[in-house]
Design a protein around this ligand. Structure first.
Ligand code: FAD
Length: 377
């Protein structure tokens, strides 16, 4: 049977799931064809080079993991730099370090010790609990106030969250925010993972390395191509596109949230001094401004390019034709995704994987880890 077929695997989608799968399958001597409907490889980690800067076309991507095996694997494809995510929040022109830590508390209240910061937070949390008068928090606003108090909530959470969700915090469910970690140390490193960074030379190098020696075709939509009839070509299908589309939306359409980007080139070598600045007030419509060069240039190196590329991020409802970014974890969508997964489990010789096919938010490292854990590629 196999001798007549050209490929062991037809892989739909060249994002990190498809590319890692192809890489590991090739190592095991399997022949793969990777197709992608976009005009480029790499899925959402693809970068576009603008004025000599790698621009994260589908949103800022910072690789972070606690899994040493995954870290060693990606570094064996391309070495990673030492980028450390340390976002800054801009609230009406006042700048605060994130995540909430001693630098943030010092700026908010001029406190200098962890004891003073803790006392301030506890005092404000107690005010919020007293307001509830014995009842449980009914919405995100009440929940956040009981977790961190009013100053942090009002300056750094409320309006940012409202921009992200397009709804008032009083209209959002409390469960969205289960924990709001506060750090009683002067540490602006956003992630707790021991390993983080950006591939040296950008994410395209990682994807090129993963797909080195693998046959690929871009601008080919699985559903509008000869490969729809994949059994003619391959033993197995690895499908990383949207699960509802695979089943021709026969149970209904899954909802997504999306982000749109406004990109511009600034004639200055250093626009905001940091890769990520969150805008936490309603006076600006966007949620974040990303200055892409800071993912890969550090210290004096920032000034070697006299220009810089920045993108504003706007959260919005998903409509047909937009990029599906974040699954909507409400009752309707969770139930619908479950029904599609049941259908998927019955598809013979098809592996559904990645964020679109599983209808699940995944960071990059867990996607790679998942592929590495497939025992019988
Ligand atoms: C805005 C945003 C920011 C993120 N930031 C981070 C971050 O900072 N750190 C982090 O670890 N993770 C981040 N992620 C998550 C990261 O993007 C995902 O983990 C990763 O993209 C998952 O890879 P994937 O292969 O599952 O999906 P994708 O990268 O989306 O790849 C799927 C591919 O399938 C192709 N495809 C779909 N349908 C078809 C079809 N019918 N025919 C052919 N091809 C098809 C698509 O074109 C796409 O290229 C972020 C995600 C988003 C949305």
């Amino acid at each position: 049977m196999l001798n007549k077929l050209k490929y062991h695997y037809l892989i739909v989608g060249s994002g990190l799931f498809g590319a890692t799968f192809a890489h590991l399958a090739k190592q095991k001597g399997k022949r793969c064809l990777v197709i992608d409907k976009r005009p480029h490889l790499g899925g959402n980690v693809y970068c576009e080079n603008i004025e000599g800067i790698n621009v994260h076309k589908y949103g800022a991507h910072i690789f972070h993991t606690s899994n040493k095996e995954v870290w060693n694997f990606v570094n064996s494809i391309v070495p990673f730099n030492r980028y450390t995510n340390s976002p800054v929040a801009n609230y009406h022109g006042e700048l605060y370090n994130l995540p909430f830590n001693m630098n943030t508390f010092n700026k908010l209240w001029n406190v200098k010790t962890p004891e003073e910061a803790k006392a301030k937070i506890e005092e404000q949390k107690a005010e919020a609990v007293a307001m509830l008068n014995g009842r449980e928090p009914q919405n995100l606003e009440e929940q956040a106030l009981t977790l961190v108090g009013k100053d942090i909530f009002e300056k750094l959470i409320r309006e940012y969250t409202e921009k992200q969700w397009g709804r008032k915090c009083t209209e959002l469910p409390a469960f969205i925010i289960r924990r709001l970690p506060v750090r009683m140390v002067f540490d602006n490193n956003y992630f707790n993972d021991p390993y983080q960074g950006i591939p040296i030379g950008g994410y395209n190098k990682l994807v090129e390395g993963l797909l080195n020696g693998v046959e690929t075709k871009t601008s080919v939509d699985f559903f509008n191509s000869e490969y729809r009839n994949w059994r003619k070509y391959a033993e197995k299908l690895v499908y990383t596109g949207a699960i509802d589309e695979y089943f021709d939306y026969k149970l209904g359409k899954l909802d997504w949230r999306t982000v749109s980007f406004k990109l511009r080139v600034e004639q200055t070598p250093n626009y905001q001094g940091n890769a990520v600045v969150n805008y936490t007030s309603h006076d600006v419509p966007y949620t974040r401004v990303i200055e892409h060069k800071h993912f890969e240039s550090f210290g004096a190196d920032v000034y070697t390019n006299p220009q810089t590329v920045v993108s504003e991020e706007y959260s919005s409802e998903y409509r047909d034709g937009m990029e599906p970014y974040y699954p909507v974890n409400d009752e309707r969508n969770n139930a619908l995704a479950k029904s599609y997964r049941t259908l998927a489990a019955d598809e013979k010789d098809v592996i559904f994987g990645g964020r679109l096919a599983e209808y699940k938010y995944y960071d990059m490292a867990p996607v790679i880890e998942k592929v590495m854990n497939y025992s019988n590629i």
